[in-house]
Design a protein around this ligand. Structure first.
Ligand SMILES: N[C@H](CCC[C@H](N)C(=O)O)C(=O)O
Length: 282
């Protein structure tokens, strides 16, 4: 079967976007893994499916699959590309749309400067809903991590937050030397995160500006992570270290994140870029 797709990215976090309204295909896990391969396939961090709405109060359904083929609950950079895609391909006449993911609804708006503003919903801090094994919600938790290099238990301090998908956030004094490649995979599959977790390393420059690198669940380190940027700002505020509006500098570029505190949604603003259109036989 021949599938048409569009290659897009949000600050270098890259996607294969497929319109499943005008075409129909079922992609199996093994097919997604093969398509995501940067040597033997198209190459992407996530596959994004544009589907018809499943309920009357939304415009589209939005499904997300990591490079390893796992279906996940949310993708912030992907949401911005989703909005750009449906508008550019005239699948809607609106510039503010509501989309349903597998565990919630988000609102996307293309702003006059071409960036996309996303209401990512309120962060989830109840451990059982993240999910994270802990007795009660705290600003920070101590985790024991088995270090393969030293064959000892290492203690790390994290924040645990869900933006629909699970995140843990650590502070680092120097983003360039943060242990992303060593600690990232150990925390991604840590036993206290039963559904695994995305791992963010944040260097706070001042209360309104941070550097962030993210080791993404099911992918590895990416050039940017939208939900990771949201989780990092929430974590910094919970620890009393950040103001409500923060610029987050990721390896692929900057996102504007705003959170007014408990009970409020996290707002994310950033670019969405189309690279090329193609078709692939699966
Ligand atoms: N790897 C993530 C999904 C993609 C998130 C990221 N690409 C974003 O922009 O939010 C997870 O397994 O929850």
């Amino acid at each position: 079967m021949l599938i048409k797709f569009t290659k897009m990215h949000g600050l270098g976090n890259d996607f294969m976007v497929v319109d499943m309204i005008s075409q129909h295909a079922h992609l199996r896990t093994e097919q997604i893994k093969k398509l995501s391969d940067r040597n033997f396939g198209i190459g992407f961090d996530q596959l994004l499916l544009v589907e018809p709405p499943g309920r009357p109060d939304v415009d589209f359904r939005y499904r997300i699959f990591n490079a390893d083929g796992s279906e996940v609950e949310q993708c912030g950079n992907g949401a911005r590309c989703f909005a750009r895609y449906v508008i550019d391909n005239k699948l809607t006449t609106k510039n503010r749309i509501r989309v349903e993911t597998c565990n919630g609804i988000i609102e996307l708006e293309v702003t006059p400067d071409g960036r996309v503003l996303v209401d990512m919903g309120a962060p989830i801090l109840i451990p059982a809903e993240i999910p994270f094994v802990a007795d009660s919600p705290l600003a920070e938790y101590e985790l024991s991590v088995a270090s393969k290099a030293t064959e000892t238990q290492e203690k790390v301090i994290i924040s645990a937050i869900s933006m629909g998908n699970p995140h843990c956030v650590l502070l680092t004094d120097d983003i360039k030397t943060a242990p992303v490649e060593t600690l990232g995979p150990l925390l991604e599959s840590h036993e206290r995160f039963p559904n695994k977790v995305n791992v963010g390393f944040m260097e706070i420059i001042h209360r309104r500006f941070v550097h962030l690198r993210v080791y993404e669940r099911g992918v590895g380190e990416t050039m940017a992570c939208g939900t990771g940027a949201c989780a990092a700002v929430v974590a910094g505020q919970l620890r009393g270290l950040l103001d409500s509006s923060v610029e987050v500098k990721l390896p692929g570029g900057n996102l504007q994140i705003e959170w007014l505190g408990e009970g409020h949604p996290v707002m994310m603003k950033g670019p969405a870029t189309k690279v090329f259109e193609g078709q692939v036989r699966v």
